[in-house]
Design a protein around this ligand. Structure first.
Ligand SMILES: NCc1[nH]cc(CCC(=O)O)c1CC(=O)O
Length: 315
């Protein structure tokens, strides 16, 4: 088909999970608009976050490590949409780029991956859990102060492999990513949301576009999920108000039912020794203010050095 038949170009990272997500958006766009295969094209773009493998991204400095290059391609007009894990998105975007919607959310819970334990409680005394997530590190230590954590990076497949090679006793991964990759059977256990609340945005796929791109908005009308947008409005407002450094463990989760939104957020110390929690419930239309209020409630109680750890390198 001639290139003039392409109606939308979707930018994506090249990891298997990112590609799955972008293909999912593409396939839903084709179905919703009754378009032929050639109408939507994927454009794979390498991001800074994909190239840093030797340290935690929280130490690599700067936000938007997974989005900067996709944003640049969009501003240059090389792509019309970009597909992201909502969890990896920064709180603010550059002028000219906006989140225009989300796919219906997948399971938000974390999964335990371990060749030798059926639950966190089951891990041997002093076990080593590999993770690159400060939230997972703090939550694990809150439940099991004897456990040691070590940095584990790489894409989902790499982390599964390392967990099963026995270098570490366990790791934690989002069940959503495992399900999308057809690997949900690798979960030794699915962790309870009350003990182990998810990251803001976990399980949600976000679509960004140029905010005034009418063609993109019209094409997405039959694809995006309003309920997911409500939950993300609460969760992202919570994160924005807390304005933690990227070295602050934060969990936040909203649900909607019958026009009401319930939100619960948690700020932790890195070693899990302290946690500050707030919950709010209200009308869907107030989702963002509920999340923001929960954050202000926590800020009023939490010591300052939790949000700006003393040992955090400046960036
Ligand atoms: N930071 C990497 C990342 N970003 C989104 C997911 C999983 C999929 C999702 O939450 O939608 C993952 C992997 C993981 O945390 O296990």
């Amino acid at each position: 088909m001639a290139t003039s038949d392409i109606r939308l170009r979707i930018g994506t990272r090249g990891s298997p999970l990112a590609l799955w997500q972008a293909r999912e958006v593409r396939s839903r766009l084709l179905t919703a608009n009754d378009w032929p295969e050639a109408a939507v094209e994927l454009v794979v773009i390498k991001t800074t976050g994909d190239m840093i493998q030797d340290r935690a991204l929280s130490q690599a400095g700067g936000k938007g490590l997974f989005t900067k290059e996709l944003d640049a391609a969009m501003l240059a007009g090389d792509i019309d949409l970009a597909v992201h894990s909502a969890k990896d998105l920064p709180t603010f975007f550059p002028e000219g780029i906006a989140i225009v919607g989300y796919l219906p959310r997948e399971d938000v819970r974390d999964a335990l991956i371990s060749p030798r334990a059926r639950s966190l409680a089951d891990l041997p005394q002093g076990a080593v859990v590999g993770t690159a997530s400060l939230r997972r590190q703090a939550l694990v230590k809150r439940l099991r102060p004897d456990i040691r954590t070590t940095l584990l990076r790489g894409n989902v497949e790499t982390r599964l492999r390392k967990a099963n090679e026995g270098e570490i006793d366990a790791t934690l991964l989002a069940l959503a990513g495992l399900k999308r990759l057809g690997l949900a059977d690798r979960a030794a256990a699915v962790l309870d949301i009350d003990d182990f609340p998810p990251a803001v945005g976990q399980g949600a796929i976000a679509i960004t576009a140029r905010p005034h791109d009418e063609a993109a908005a019209a094409a997405l009308a039959g694809v995006v999920c309003a309920a997911t947008a409500v939950t993300l409005a609460a969760e992202r407002a919570f994160l924005t108000v807390l304005d933690g450094s990227c070295r602050t463990p934060i969990a936040g989760h909203a649900t909607v039912a019958d026009g009401r939104v319930s939100f619960r957020g948690l700020l932790l110390r890195e070693d899990g020794s302290e946690g500050y929690e707030a919950a709010r419930e209200g009308a869907e239309a107030d989702a963002a203010s509920l999340g923001a209020e929960a954050a202000r409630d926590i800020l009023a109680r939490a010591p300052n050095d939790i949000l700006a750890p003393k040992d955090a390198s400046a960036h």
